[in-house]
Design a protein around this ligand. Structure first.
Ligand code: ADP
Ligand code: MG
Length: 681
């Protein structure tokens, strides 16, 4: 019964699992606090005393049990809202208890919600300064589990297993990286004797986790390279050369040339390309994409370009068409908006090969889309396109097409190493010539006159301005109202100029019309939501105001800001906020005004956003869940683990040497216990 609960709640099925169920914190149980000394903002504290009165409300919406607990220096209220039956059974008056919990001040008195309560006579022997605390879920509690019971189970697991647990890392790795052996590391996690040795044990476990993560990814990539035949693109032909000579509107930057060469030589030899192209906003990735598509066409293949949003897909379509001009290349669009007859027409053209380049959204990888001969798939601006999604693309032809993933918001190195750990990387580290870094200014409510003056100045020079308003679903109504008010406001402030307005709720045709007003220069001001976030390209726009900038993430601000600064003149981005900012937000504004370096911003962004968002990212791309290591904070260890994995595979790519047998075993265990990983292997 308890075993069932353990396995359902914590996934603990074996003795080994139990040993790997680490405490989620360690508390100093050598100290007992006096109620009279309690203060606000204290962490977990221990009190010793008795319950003098119990107050129960066992039905209705305000169900709870309150126990008044005293140690003679004061009274705290212990409160339970859940598992009341169980709590009720265990509470006894006039018995010495140790209560462990976080005190909060409520109505002039301290209370503790769901404290851990133990009879003092049982607790007496464990007044340890680093007492392990195990995570216990609510339904575990209902089945009688407590941190202490977990601790007992762990200790019997240690006795049952005996003194020696087989080492899970190769000896060479342990020696080289000066890691604790597995026995010491496991014991220390449960019974730390000092914070220094605990830190070493944690390092060992983190390293191991990251090492096998990287070893899995790298071996997968190696096998794929060995086993997967790609289509050899042997020639650079007519279309590429005609484009280069007749249509190319500017000299390519050195970085663009180098990257095209890298991609070209990758696609030439009959291996399948899987490459990541990193380049900051405005570095000219679209041109690289187009020229790679032309190589595919020259070799008798189709190409597709996938964007994350419909607007961006539409924009790409226009850009490509405009750049190709009268060259005989058939470019078509496929998004959710393409319906009925038009859709059938496009699908037909893809199937019989009339369409050379297909631009679209995720709709492109739907099973209903059949290419005659897809040779190259490019994914733009999408950093959540993990191994799994890429694998889908491979089904699109007899041999998998070459895959190029382009990312504008650079992602932190650690994340890149895992989400894209199996890809080769090309970097555009140079912006087209003549660009001046965008100057970013943070204005608060009282700076409005200066802001208007700034906009007025740019407009009077013949330039254009973006005014961006946040729009999120949860507050859609009031956000729309803000946008409408803003539109009226700026029309009033600048009566001599034309103001256009665009947001995601407009009909596509109206949206397009408004966008065109602005891109053609007929409107000088564009009031919009973040629909302009990616791709939109109006080089004459020199100033962007981002309203309520505090409501945007850093990566998003960086993307938005990338819409200006596309011409040769100085451009400006104004971050406007209207409320008192908390520390985190103030810091975000500061980062934006200090740097235009996308990599730096990406790392700061991940740091500030915290674990919630990161989990989402993990699920999307990382082949298995990390338990001890943290993908953001363990940057150094991740690099170390990756290098170790690379080195090991260089020596023994198939893990055939006896001293590496343990690696094969461990990878197999991880593979068995994680569904995602099996999908890629
Ligand atoms: P991103 O990398 O953000 O996708 P784009 O491909 O949209 O950047 O390019 C940004 C702008 O720079 C576009 O207007 C594009 O035409 C222009 N551009 C690209 N390459 C060059 C170049 N080598 N010289 C001048 N302008 C360029
Ligand atoms: Mg782009």
């Amino acid at each position: 019964m308890r075993a069932k609960v353990l396995s359902a709640e914590l996934g603990v099925a074996t003795l080994r699992d139990l040993l790997y169920t680490f405490p989620n914190k360690y508390i100093d149980r050598s100290t007992i606090h006096r109620i009279a000394d309690l203060q606000e903002n204290m962490p977990l504290v221990q009190l010793k005393g008795q319950i003098i009165n119990i107050d129960k409300v066992t039905t209705g919406p305000h169900k709870r049990i309150k126990a008044f607990f005293t140690d003679g220096t004061g009274v705290v209220e212990l409160v339970w809202f859940r598992s009341l039956k169980f709590v009720e059974k265990t509470l006894r008056l006039r018995v010495d208890y140790i209560a462990l919990g976080k005190p909060t001040l409520f109505g002039g008195r301290f209370s503790m919600a769901h404290p851990e309560l133990e009879e003092a006579k049982n607790a007496a022997q464990e007044m340890h300064p680093m007492q392990p605390q195990y995570h216990v879920t609510e339904s575990m509690r209902r089945s009688g589990f407590s941190s202490r019971l977990m601790s007992n189970l762990v200790s019997s697991a240690f006795s049952a297993i005996g003194s020696e647990i087989d080492e899970t890392l190769p000896a060479s790795i342990i020696a080289e990286h000066r890691l604790q052996n597995i026995n010491a590391a496991l014991r220390t996690m449960h019974y730390p004797t000092s914070s220094a040795s605990l830190a070493e044990a944690v390092r060992r476990h983190k390293f191991e986790e990251l090492f096998y993560l990287q070893l899995g990814i790298l071996r997968y990539a190696n096998h794929r390279k060995r086993d997967t035949q790609g289509y050899p693109f042997t020639i650079v032909g007519k279309m590429f050369h005609r484009f280069y000579e007749e249509r190319l509107p500017f000299e390519l930057t050195g970085a663009q040339k180098r990257v095209i060469k890298e991609i070209r030589s990758d696609m030439r030899h009959g291996k399948q390309m899987n490459r990541l192209l990193q380049g900051d906003v405005g570095s000219g990735k679209t041109m690289v994409a187009l020229m790679c598509c032309l190589i595919a066409i020259d070799n008798g293949f189709q190409a597709c370009l996938m964007a994350p949003t419909e607007i961006l897909a539409e924009q790409h379509l226009q850009t490509l068409k405009q750049q190709l001009g009268d060259l005989p290349v058939n470019v078509q669009l496929l998004t959710g908006n393409v319906k009925g007859k038009a859709r059938d027409e496009v699908l037909g053209g893809i199937a019989d090969g009339r369409v050379n380049i297909l631009v679209g959204t995720h709709a492109l990888i739907e099973p209903t889309v059949h290419f005659l001969n897809l040779g190259l798939a490019i994914i733009d601006e999408q950093h959540r396109f993990g191994v799994k999604q890429r694998a889908k693309l491979w089904q699109k032809n007899v041999r998998p097409p070459h895959v190029l993933v382009m990312t504008a918001t650079p992602i932190p190195r650690t994340l890149a190493m895992t989400v894209y750990g199996d890809l080769d990387v090309s970097v555009i580290d140079e912006l087209p010539p003549g660009r001046k870094p965008i100057q970013t200014i943070h204005y608060q409510a009282q700076d409005t006159p200066r802001m208007l003056q700034g906009i007025g100045h740019e407009l009077s020079q013949g330039r254009q301005a973006y005014i961006v308003f946040p729009l999120i679903e949860e507050s859609e109504k009031s956000d729309m109202q803000n946008l409408e008010n803003g539109y009226e406001y700026f029309k009033n402030c600048f009566p001599q100029y034309a103001v256009a307005k665009v947001h995601g709720k407009m009909k596509p045709s109206d949206k397009e019309a408004a966008m065109r007003e602005f891109s053609s220069g007929r409107a000088q001001i564009l009031v919009s939501t973040t629909v302009i976030e990616v791709g939109v390209n109006v080089p004459n726009a020199s100033i962007m105001v981002i309203q309520d900038a505090d409501r945007f993430g850093l990566a998003q601000l960086h993307q938005l800001r990338g819409r200006v600064g596309r011409g040769a003149d100085q451009s400006y981005c104004i971050l406007a906020t209207h409320h008192q900012l908390n520390e985190n937000t103030a810091r975000r504004m500061e980062i934006m005004t200090e740097t235009t370096d996308g990599f730096l911003i990406a790392e700061e962004d991940m740091k500030l956003r915290g674990p919630g968002d990161i989990e989402g990212t993990q699920q999307s791309g990382i082949p298995f869940q990390l338990h001890v290591a943290n993908i953001l904070h363990d940057v150094v260890l991740m690099s170390e683990a990756r290098k170790a994995a690379e080195k090991l595979l260089e020596i023994d790519g198939e893990l055939k040497l006896p001293q590496h047998a343990v690696c094969e075993q461990q990878l197999a265990i991880i593979k068995r216990t994680t569904s995602n990983f099996s999908e890629i292997s």
